[in-house]
Design a protein. Structure first.
Length: 63
């Protein structure tokens, strides 16, 4: 089965006005956008060491 490809909606002049994406691709793009937003929000935070991160995760019961 051939994978779905992006499709474009065009106006009467042939100008692309919208795009139709497969749902999986759209969801991946939303995930990427969210990840970029998190990075931007945390840009000014001080980095921590791997050991400190492990300690925090253990403290929170996540590791």
């Amino acid at each position: 089965m051939k994978a779905l490809e992006d499709r474009y909606v065009i106006d009467a002049r042939g100008k692309k006005t919208a795009v139709i994406l497969p749902v999986k691709r759209y969801e991946r793009l939303l995930e990427d956008l969210h990840d970029l937003a998190v990075v931007a929000e945390r840009r000014d935070e001080e980095p921590i060491s791997l050991e400190e991160m492990k300690r925090r995760l253990k403290e929170d019961g996540l590791l």
